[in-house]
Structure formats: C-alpha cells, structure tokens
Design a protein around this ligand. Sequence first.
Ligand code: FDA
Length: 457
Amino acid sequence: MSPTEVTADVVVVGAGPAGLNAARHLTRAGRDVVVLEARDRVGGRTHTEEHDGVTLEIGGQWISPDQTELLGLLDEIGFETYPRYREGESVFIGLDGVRTRYRGETFPVPDATAKEITRLTELMDDLVASVGATQPWAHPRARELDTISFEAWLRQQSDDEEARTAVELFIAGAMLTKPAHAFSTLQAVLMAASAGSFTNLTDECFILDRRVVGGMQSVSQHLAAELGDRVHLSTPVRTIRQTSGDDGDGVVVESDRVTVRAQRVVVAVPPPLFSRISYDPPLPRRQHQMHQHLSMGLVIKVHATYATPFWREAGLSGTCFGTSTLVQEVYDNTLHGDDRGTLVAFVADEKADAVLALPEAERRAAVLDSVAQFLGDEAREPVAYYESDWGSEEWTRGAYAASFDLGGLARYGADQRTPVGRIHWACSDLAAEGYQHVDGALRSGRAAAADVEELLG
Ligand code: FDA
C-alpha cells in the first residue's frame, strides 16, 4: 500500500510534550499542522500505565516550582497537581555503609564533611549564577569547564571523598544518569542552572515537588486530543527531503504510512535519534558531527507497591539517599488517593549496567535488598513490582535524556537548535530552563513554533 499524501503548512515529527506543544502553538496561530508519531501512543518519555493493578508513572512525572511553562499549561487546561509525601525522617547510607535517619536537607555526615559539602555547593552555585542556562558555551570559562570531567573537577576542589560523592550524586546518578567521569563540569553546571541553582537540584522538596493528578502522560493526551486527527500514530518518519525549484520550496516528510508536503518541519525527537531519519540533501557536516556527541544516560526507574505505606508508620518519609548502595535514591511515590504505598527507586549508569546483566529474578532481589537496607525487610515483599526500561525502547534508547560528551557543549552547543534550511529542532534535551524535563520540552516546542511562525510570515 503506498503512503497517503497530505499537505500542510508544518509537519511535526514526534508527539512528545515538545512536538505537541509546537503543534499546539502553530495551530493556534492558524497554521495547518500534521504531527507524525512513531509509537502507537503520544507522550514520548511520559507514560502513565497500569501494571499489576497499580497505575505507574513509567517516565517523567515530577514538577518543580520553577517549571512555570508546565505549571502554566496545567493551569490553563484545568489539571490538578498533588505534592509528594514527605512527612517524617529520611534515611542516608554513606560510604561506610552505616544507615542513619535524619531530618532536613543536610546529609548526616561528620561535621567536617558537612562543611565541605556546603563549600562545594556554594562553589557550584557561584558557577551556575555566572554561567547560566541559556548560553553556557558563550561563557569565558566554557572551554576550560567543558574539558574537565565533573569527577576530576571535584577531585581538584576537595580531598573529602564522602563530600565529593554526595555532591556528584545529584548530577551524575540523579540527573544526567552517566558516571561523573563521562560528562564535563560545564554540562553539570548547565544541569543545575536549568533548575535555577545547584542548591535547588539538591533539594528534593524543590525538584521533586508535585505530580499531575491522572499522570503526566495525560498532559500530552490532552494536547493531542485538541489537535484531533492532525496526529498520526504508528508513523515513524524515515526521510526528510528539502525541495526547491520545480518541486516547490518546502519539505517532503516521508513515513511508511503518510507522506506530508509542507513549508517547514519541526523535528521533536531525542537528539540521539535525529540520525535515525535520512535527510536529502544530507545535513551539514557540523550537524553530523554534533549529533554524534550527544548520548542518552541510563537509569532504571523501579516501582514497588505494598499493601500499606509501611515506612510511614515507622516515622519515615520514604526519602532515602545512598552513596555506596546499588539504589541511590528512593522516594514515596504513592498514587493520589491510593491506600496502598508505592516506592520509586533509581539505579543509574554503571550500576544499571551491572544489574541489567543479571537474570530478572536476581535483579529484582538485588534491587529490593538495596531498598530494604534503607527501609527495612518489609520492602522485600511488594504486591506489585515493575522496572521502567527506556534503554530498550526503540524510540527513546535511554533515560532520562541526552547530554554532550566531554567538550561537546562548548564546541557545538551554540548550534544545537540552529535550523537547517527548513528543518527546525525541538526537545527537552536542547532546552535551557527545564533542560531534560517536561517543562523544557514545552519551552523548546513553543520556541520552535515561534521561529517557524516568524519565517512563515
Ligand atoms: P520525548 O522523547 O518525550 O518525545 C519524542 C517523541 O518522538 C516520542 O514520542 C517518540 O516516539 C517520537 N519519535 C522518535 N523518533 C521518531 C521518528 N523517527 N518519527 C516519529 N516519531 C518519532 N521530566 C520531568 O519533568 N520530571 C520527571 O520526574 C522526569 N522523570 C523522568 C523519568 C524517566 C524514567 C524518563 C525516561 C524521563 C523523565 N523525565 C522527567 C524527562 C521527560 O520525560 C522528558 O524530558 C520529556 O518527555 C521530553 O519530551 P520531548 O517531547 O522533548 O521528547
């Protein structure tokens, strides 16, 4: 069967939050838009799904108070949010393996280490304030900071291993989900700057503040419903041709099922997937090179549901951090209105590699053992258990998002959103504020729509 031919003003590739928001803004400006999505659902890396009778956020879920693009949209479409449970004490397991209950935002470490963590945090905050999120590559120290790994930089700043590991955790395992030797200090600064400060990033009450009632994917589902039959599912885009002369000035976007002729195209997929699409003429050398320097991190998001939130009865919030443990973070992730208790736990980068090599049952036992170290033996017996595995997803290939390798941000950052002829780029992984988050995806979608709209005149 030959593909259906459609004409439009603009084609959007990808129905994640970035693509759908681009389409929404263009449609509102009176443009005829078609959205082509590879999967049989919208939402991209946001996916709310039921497993073993529990509704789970397989992908993105939390909102922080600075994420005003997302909060504004939720307000506009009348969606409610609810806070993460955070009453009671948190648990910390340090490099010595000792488990300590504590309150507040400071890890229960010896005084000298606590002072060192504060000093490193202030150093990061100063760098973040000076570099900013919008153009980190333009800072006078960009190259210097981009050619030293975050791990090596921290070693230069402090001899205190516990302090370094605690600071590293918030960017490496918790955000970029790559080992700290694999990304630069400039990349770490961007991650923190995109959340306002490094202090914000280390404050789980700020960064993991609220969730959407009904799940984060429902935001994309709402946007898609507004767009109606302009959204085509199960339609992976294979080729983008830019035409001129007798063929007319425009783009031809080819998928297996639909071919769209349009004025412009917004490619709203994770950057490591840009090269899954063929371009005619080929993209310029600089884009070919740049896209090879962007790669996805890796994290397993583990969901474990229990008959009751047993940790609350023990006076615990469910918030746990470990610098020497397999699971480095645990949070109470109980669904709004559910009597059962759900924990979410994260295993990142090289630790994820190690457990993913295990048979499923052994992996589950290892992860639950690690959670039990923090919260007690009851954690070993969930009534439902699920591991989000985005690294195996054809149309994502990792989690949470993409970042540059060492030196890439200073070298290529300025061009990452530069259109190529009639091709525009949008994705949370190219955003400044809200970088690697749904908020940044919405911002980048809106920005791409504004660029297209201006050029269409
Ligand atoms: P996204 O990847 O979401 O969408 C891209 C779309 O393009 C996908 O639907 C894909 O199928 C499609 N596509 C790819 N190739 C295609 C092709 N060739 N043709 C057609 N379609 C194609 N964020 C947050 O704010 N709070 C949080 O708590 C978290 N937590 C979190 C946990 C986990 C496990 C993950 C994986 C991610 C998060 N995130 C998050 C990140 C957040 O989910 C992410 O930043 C946004 O979903 C990115 O939206 P985009 O639209 O930019 O890309």
